[in-house]
Design a protein around this ligand. Structure first.
Ligand code: SF4
Ligand code: SF4
Length: 195
């Protein structure tokens, strides 16, 4: 199961995804959803459901649903991603991940972390194959996303489904912001997920 640790001031090496049967795309390994920022909505809403969860202090958070919690992502075929150029940011940067503390974490559950092919992250740089604009100024992007939804009322959300004890919600209110429109459009993708 996932085990993200702080990468700060350390070198981490990475092997080759060809040695792995797409562990990071498998619901059985804990891949279920990923929190997203506003900048990601447009890139993913045509292929994935964008849903909401309520976090600490009932803060509403938009998330992309990646699996149904037990199967592989529906876009995986023969252990290859069939939408490689349109895959969500979390898939582009994995096993690296940005965080609200503006530091970068690495998932040591990935079996190729620690194998010596490339230096995936060091004190001053991220390998170009994993580098992404999301790593830069992430804290502000996260806060902007929070501010965009903070005035919505909890009553305007309806429970869609609880998966692995996570409650996923759909917005049922009247606001028609561009992000909520993309959320509503993205719901059609639920039928790909066998839930
Ligand atoms: S990133 Fe890690 S878990 Fe995902 S396919 Fe590559 S080696 Fe496997
Ligand atoms: S979009 Fe591609 S890389 Fe991401 S979980 Fe699905 S199959 Fe894996």
């Amino acid at each position: 199961m996932k085990n993200f640790i702080l990468s700060e001031n350390q070198n981490f090496f990475f092997g080759d995804c060809n040695n792995c049967e797409a562990k990071c795309c498998n619901g059985k390994n804990g891949t279920l959803y990923s929190q997203i920022i506003l900048e990601e909505f447009e890139k993913i809403y045509e292929n994935f459901p964008i849903l909401f969860i309520f976090g600490e202090l009932n803060f509403i958070k938009p998330v992309v649903l990646l699996t149904n919690g037990k199967d592989f992502c529906p876009y995986l075929d023969n252990f290859k991603c069939t939408i490689y150029d349109k895959r969500p940011t979390v898939c582009r940067t994995y096993p690296l991940s940005p965080n609200i503390d503006d530091k970068i974490y690495i998932d040591v559950f990935c079996p190729e972390v620690g194998k010596n092919n490339i230096k995936i992250i060091s004190k001053n740089s991220i390998h170009k194959n994993f580098d992404n604009e999301i790593f830069y100024d992430y804290q502000n992007k996260y806060i902007n996303t929070h501010l965009n939804f903070e005035n919505l009322k909890q009553n305007d959300f309806e429970l869609l489904k609880s998966i692995n004890n996570i409650d996923f919600y759909i917005y049922k209110g009247t606001s028609n912001s561009k992000y909520l429109k993309m959320h509503k459009d993205s719901i059609k993708n639920l039928n790909k997920f066998n839930i």
